[in-house]
Design a protein around this ligand. Structure first.
Ligand code: ADP
Ligand code: MG
Length: 575
């Protein structure tokens, strides 16, 4: 009788299990349901593939993406394991043939798209006499949850499919999403019975995390890549951009500058995508510039850096994408370039994107609110002066006491600045306004700017007008951000977000302290920054307001160029 470790060596060539794998495998073999929550790259596939080899009957693996199924089945076949996939990439004839072979018991593991489960042909197979389904593994199980980043209504069919089977198989669910809501949803919706829940650490100690706010992102990127090339020639990395258009631009510029680059986005043909992907994986090209369409299911262990040219829409996406760096355990860098437009663009995508079309209006509204909330958390990651690693682990609900010393904020030397008095002024200033305003206008009032916007609204009458004339715009914004992060203020979810007081605002007026971290190097530059006129903040606001219009134009332009309807431009399918 083969044991799990023997199979690990024989088929996969590994000597030892990684954290979490053994208990998850053993539980399934004992007939117990499981939920495995492990970060990307931790090795979830083996947790269902190894028991699949040891169970008496067939294992079904539900998986959301055709490319994932193809890659995994390909790898299994190469390892000498009989596996197949059933999805819409097969012709009718191929599909029938595969089902016939499956019925004859030719496959130990069958990957199936969730929408296939309840089709007549598949049900007929699953209910045939002699077909014994011993184990059903749900990969990327967060897809059952509307709180997850990629909800798939077809995942909801899993339960009713199970109910049709003569004997309920053991059920395993696997995901990298660890938020409480998603976890509860997976347990409830899949109706796991007394499951063993294993959550492994989300910390990836070999990854360096950094946030930069470059004036010129492209310049920053180019100089980063030059430095990398000097220090570690030949290292591979991914540059993630938010749109196809910027992928094209960045890739073109880097190529012109002499770098070994390729690109990936949903606008390329299947063949070109496959070629470019292989060029990157097999080190024929060093740098991959891509949208978030690139990466799921791709296993390149020696990615040395992942640069985000734009801020993604939430921490789940960020950690998943950044987590593609350093899978081999060697040091690697994950750096995010944050720009003022990033938040606006993401808001636009959340509010006007064509996601969640299949949901009813009420649900769609709830999902959108949730998405905006997550965008806020993502923005705080870019704004925080605290430890980035701790921020990530906190977000995923993990206790983090270990020292980091490996993120841009921990390496930065800070002075601590007590800003309690200034924070009080902010609260009183907001109290003193007749209605709610955005960040920039509040900043203008506090600094005592003398412009039309202020006068039109009579804001020079605010008791806190010119209360903080010496604070620079960035420092005041940092203060307001910090107050939002700590819940002393709230930013509304409107098209033009305004600052609101919260239940906690009063606490600041009654003795609560507020301290912010100020980078030492920045202090040295401060006198220069102070020379700027107080009008700068409103200029920025006007720019922000123009962005909505800009995006609309951009959308029309891209639509025309790519000959697709405008509503497709910013949908996930085209990004
Ligand atoms: P996940 O689905 O959790 O993102 P995968 O199952 O795709 O991760 O595995 C990621 C990588 O880790 C793969 O290259 C896999 O071969 C490797 N791996 C998995 N388990 C082990 C192990 N016990 N020892 C060494 N490598 C492993
Ligand atoms: Mg996986």
């Amino acid at each position: 009788m083969e044991d799990a470790r023997g199979l690990l060596k024989q088929y996969f060539g590994f000597d030892d299990f990684r954290e979490g794998q053994k208990p998850l495998i053993d539980a399934v073999l004992d007939g117990r349901d499981v939920l495995g929550i492990m970060p990307t790259g931790a090795g979830k596939s083996l947790c269902f593939q190894i028991p699949a080899l040891m169970m008496p009957g067939i294992t079904l693996v539900v998986s959301p993406l055709i490319s994932l199924m193809k890659d995994q089945v390909g790898a299994l076949n190469q390892a000498g394991i009989h596996a197949a996939f059933l999805n819409s990439s097969l012709s009718m004839g191929q599909y029938r043939k595969a089902l016939d072979l499956a019925r004859e018991g030719r496959y130990k593991i069958i990957y199936v798209a969730p929408e296939r489960l309840e089709t007549e042909g598949f049900l007929r197979f699953a209910l045939s006499p002699g077909v014994d389904i011993s184990f059903l593994a749900v990969d990327e199980a967060h897809c059952v949850s509307q709180w997850g980043q990629d909800f798939r209504p077809s995942y909801l069919k899993i339960l009713s499919f199970l109910e049709k089977l003569p004997r309920r198989p053991v059920l395993g669910a696997y995901t990298a999403t660890a938020t409480v809501e998603v976890k509860e949803d997976v347990l409830d919706i899949l109706n796991l019975r007394d499951p063993l829940v294993v959550t492994t650490g989300f910390d990836r100690a070999n990854l360096f995390f950094g946030v930069k706010k470059p004036r010129d992102k492209y310049r920053e990127l180019e100089s980063y890549l030059r430095e990398k090339e000097e220090k570690m020639p030949g290292s591979s990395g991914i540059v993630y951009c938010l749109s196809r258009k910027s992928v094209e631009e960045v890739c073109y510029q880097l190529r012109e500058a002499g770098f070994s680059v390729t690109r990936y986005h949903a606008g390329l043909s299947d063949t070109e995508r496959r070629e470019n992907q292989d060029d990157f994986i097999y080190d024929r090209r060093q740098i991959m510039v891509a949208t978030n369409a690139f990466g799921m299911g791709i296993d390149k262990p020696d990615v040395r850096f992942v640069i985000h040219y734009n801020m993604p829409k939430n921490m789940e996406s960020y950690y998943q994408e950044a987590g593609r760096a350093g899978r081999d355990g060697e040091p690697a860098e994950c750096i995010l370039y944050f720009g003022a437009a990033d938040q606006r663009t993401n808001r636009f995508l959340i509010e006007h994107g064509e996601d969640n079309q299949e949901l009813d209006e009420e649900t769609r509204r709830i999902v959108m609110e949730k998405d905006l909330g997550r965008l806020k958390q993502m923005t705080f990651y870019c704004a925080t002066s605290g430890c980035l690693r701790h921020y990530i682990l906190d977000y995923f609900g993990e206790e983090s006491s270990a020292e980091c010393r490996n993120c841009s904020n921990c390496l930065e030397e800070f002075d601590l600045l007590d800003v309690t008095e200034q924070a009080e002024a902010v609260v009183r200033c907001i109290e003193g306004c007749q209605r709610s305003f955005g960040v920039n206008l509040i900043v203008d009032v506090l600094r005592g700017a003398d412009n039309q916007k202020i006068r039109q609204r009579g804001l020079e009458e605010n008791p806190e007008y010119k209360a903080l004339p010496d604070m620079t715009v960035p420092r005041l914004k940092q203060l307001i951000n910090e107050m939002m992060m700590q819940g002393f203020l709230n930013l509304s979810n409107d098209d033009y977000p305004v600052i609101e007081l919260t239940d906690r605002s009063e606490e600041l007026l009654s003795g609560e302290k507020l301290v912010i971290k100020v980078p030492k190097r920045e202090e040295k530059q401060a006198p220069k920054a102070r020379k700027k006129k107080a009008g700068a903040a409103s200029a920025l606001e006007e720019k922000d307001m123009g962005l909505f219009e800009e995006l609309r134009k951009l959308r029309m332009e891209i639509a025309k160029e790519e000959k697709i309807p405008p509503y497709m431009v910013f949908s996930d399918k085209t990004l």
